[in-house]
Write a protein that binds this ligand. Structure first.
Ligand SMILES: [Cu+2]
Length: 656
């Protein structure tokens, strides 16, 4: 751990923003008088009109075959153009998923997969990142080939490794590996989207010597065949999800080793909702409906998933993502030879616009009634603190005008509804909430704002411990515009809701200590961070840093319950995600402090991602009930891509 580098980095972010873009001073902001514009692409975010385009409610993904005992989908990843910026501004080239058997279903974010409890979903995931002549499409964004990454040019011997260079390389422009992951899914290992189970498109011009699949692709392909008698074909993988878990809000996105930040930023992500079973509520109790297959045009939805992502744009409409480490801290080299700093990779990235369900700052007409929103923080590095206010720019922190009633998190419903004035959301966290617009007059405008920081989050409150996001740009998210009531609302008011019975996990058989760490350059004084890493603790409670390729240290026994104590030795909060499981947050405790803090009220259900604060021990209790190889990682995807991810094994018999 080196605190100095983190502080330097934050000071730098602020200073460089002020130098490059001038200081935006909003005189009406009483608590925090100055905001630095966030650097980005050539399109200034303040030139983009807000609240002109309606929020897109992603339709249900068409099923390819549901005639048997499972729902089968064929889903491709393709490149296309979409109007993300308001009409009149250029379209944006993006990637996303869509049904290969249904035209018109490609959208960023992808259509929602609607899954039923205990009815398996099988998806053929096709890498269709090719042009009309069948040649591969290169990445939309600058791929840093010096990371420990998929590395297809390394061939069979060099794939999934950190390659060696004798001089600083440019970005990788070859065929793009993908592997989709169902985030929060109780997935068997071969269907989990392991970072080394990636595959290239079946293009006609793959350069000779390239590895066309990751190191784990064949093993999982064989495992899937052994279990289900179905073979994967080149350029695709078939995953099956049992949906044998609580009704919940999951999402799917890419998970390729060392490329997740770019593959997700380019677009591929969508919601996956599991309904039914004893852990769901009968229909009619909560606001609905949500989009379903076969809905007539104009169907009104009162249950809406809302994916919030930050993006930066160039004036031609293209997505902006940094092309050099210089963007992060002005470190311009030497890279190779002479240092251990990657030339293109940025340790975090904060974009300067807010994109909600694929549109910048959209507006949703709402009736004076209750709505169910399933929020997702789908940003790369940005923590969100959401509030509902009337005036989106008046001051920070702002007093909310309406509360959120949170009823669920990643693993389904909470034990009981929780009324909140703000929603703190780490990367990949979900909040299932009810917002009650009932008492508002037609014509009222309610704004969803963000008071999380335009920099790494370290805990605390806006206006006191950090400056809230720029009220002119990333401090605003979307607008709700109240229109006259069109239908009666028979949903149960949230304060009277009785949620499904919550059964906590039993006693743990083992406690495991793991660590979150950060490293500066080992070669150049004062340059850093180089990477963030996971690890363990030694007998003296010192951090042991471990990278992706170090031997496995977490090997819980099948069907055992463990407590993981996550020691965060870094300056920043990290959202820690464990695959395959939904865990309970036990408590938190500062280093050197005796006082133990209970989980937050909204952390009282099952979760798959938890915020680990700096110099804190975060304890989670986990049941590992599927055998095999999985990963746990930080969901700041820049961190995940540069060593802050580790494999773990659920073993049938505990190794000694
Ligand atoms: Cu992290």
């Amino acid at each position: 751990m080196d605190k100095r580098s983190a502080i330097t980095r934050r000071q730098f972010l602020k200073a460089s923003a002020m130098a490059s873009a001038g200081v935006f001073v909003a005189p009406q902001l009483r608590s925090l008088p100055t905001f630095a514009a966030i650097p980005g692409g050539s399109l200034p975010p303040t030139s983009i009109p807000k609240y002109v385009a309606p929020l897109v409610v992603p339709p249900a993904m068409p099923v390819t075959d549901s005639s048997g005992a499972i729902d089968s989908y064929e889903i491709s990843v393709r490149q296309f153009q979409q109007q993300i910026l308001p009409a009149g501004l250029p379209m944006t080239t993006v990637w996303s998923y869509g049904s290969a058997t249904h035209s018109g279903t490609f959208n960023y974010p992808a259509f929602t997969i609607e899954a039923a409890f205990r009815r398996p979903v099988r998806v053929k995931w096709i890498n269709n990142l090719t042009d009309s002549s069948g040649s591969f499409l290169p990445h939309l964004l600058p791929v840093d080939p010096t990371l420990h990454w998929a590395n297809p040019p390394g061939g069979i011997a060099g794939r999934d490794m950190r390659p060696t260079f004798t001089s600083t390389p440019g970005p990788y422009r070859g065929p793009v590996p993908i592997v989709p992951h169902l985030h929060g899914g109780h997935n068997e290992e071969e269907s989990d989207g392991y970072p080394e189970a990636w595959y290239l498109p079946a293009a006609n011009n793959i350069p000779p010597g390239f590895a066309t699949e990751g190191s784990f692709y064949d093993a999982f392909k064989n495992e899937f065949f052994d279990k289900r008698g179905v073979l994967w074909s080149r350029g695709s993988a078939i995953f099956q999800y049992a949906n044998d878990q609580r009704a919940s809000t999951l999402w799917y996105h890419d998970h390729t080793l060392g490329m997740t930040r770019l593959n997700v930023y380019a677009g591929p992500a969508g919601f996956y909702l599991i309904r039914g079973g004893a852990d769901d509520l009968p229909s009619g109790i909560l606001p609905g409906p949500a989009p379903a297959l076969g809905d007539p045009p104009g169907t009104k939805y009162y249950e809406i998933p809302i994916a919030i992502q930050d993006r930066s744009f160039n004036s031609d409409g293209s997505l902006f993502y940094p092309t050099s480490r210089k963007f992060f801290d002005e470190f311009a080299g030497p890279y190779i030879p002479g240092s251990d700093i990657s030339p293109i990779f940025n340790p975090e990235f904060f974009a300067n616009t807010v994109v909600v369900n694929g549109r910048t700052w959209p507006v949703l007409e709402v009736e004076p009634r209750r709505y169910r929103f399933r929020f997702l923080n789908g940003c790369n590095s940005r923590f969100l603190i959401l509030k509902l206010v009337i005036n989106p720019t008046e001051r920070r922190p702002e007093t909310p005008s309406l509360p959120f009633w949170q009823i669920g998190s990643e693993g389904g419903f909470l034990p009981k509804p929780v009324m909140l004035q703000g929603l703190l959301m780490g990367l990949a966290e979900r909040a299932d909430v009810i917002v009650d617009f009932t008492r508002l007059r037609a014509g009222t405008e309610v704004h969803l704002i963000n008071e999380g920081p335009d920099e790494p989050f370290g805990g605390g409150t806006p206006g006191k411990d950090f400056a809230a996001a720029d009220p002119a740009t990333t401090g605003q998210v979307m607008k709700f515009f109240v229109v006259p009531l069109a239908s009666s609302d028979n949903s149960t008011p949230p304060q009277r809701l009785v949620l499904p019975t919550f059964t906590p996990l039993g006693a743990a058989v083992r406690t495991r200590k793991v660590s979150l760490n950060e490293e500066d350059s080992a070669l150049l004084e004062g340059v850093g961070p180089r990477a963030a890493l996971l690890g363990t603790l030694d007998a003296n409670a010192n951090a042991v840093h471990m990278g992706w390729d170090d031997p496995i240290t977490e090997n819980p026994e099948l069907n055992s319950i463990e407590v993981w104590e996550i020691y965060n030795f870094t300056e920043d909060a990290h959202p820690i995600h464990i695959h395959e499981v939904q865990f309970q947050v036990v408590n938190r405790q500062e280093f050197e402090e005796r006082r133990i803090r209970s989980p937050e009220a909204w952390e009282s259900g099952f979760k798959d991602t938890v915020i680990a604060y700096p110099e804190d021990i975060t304890r989670v209790k986990v049941l590992f009930d599927l055998p095999g190889r999985y990963v746990w990682h930080c969901h700041i995807v820049e961190h995940e891509d540069n060593e802050m991810m580790r494999p773990y094994d659920v073993v049938r018999q505990q190794l000694t």
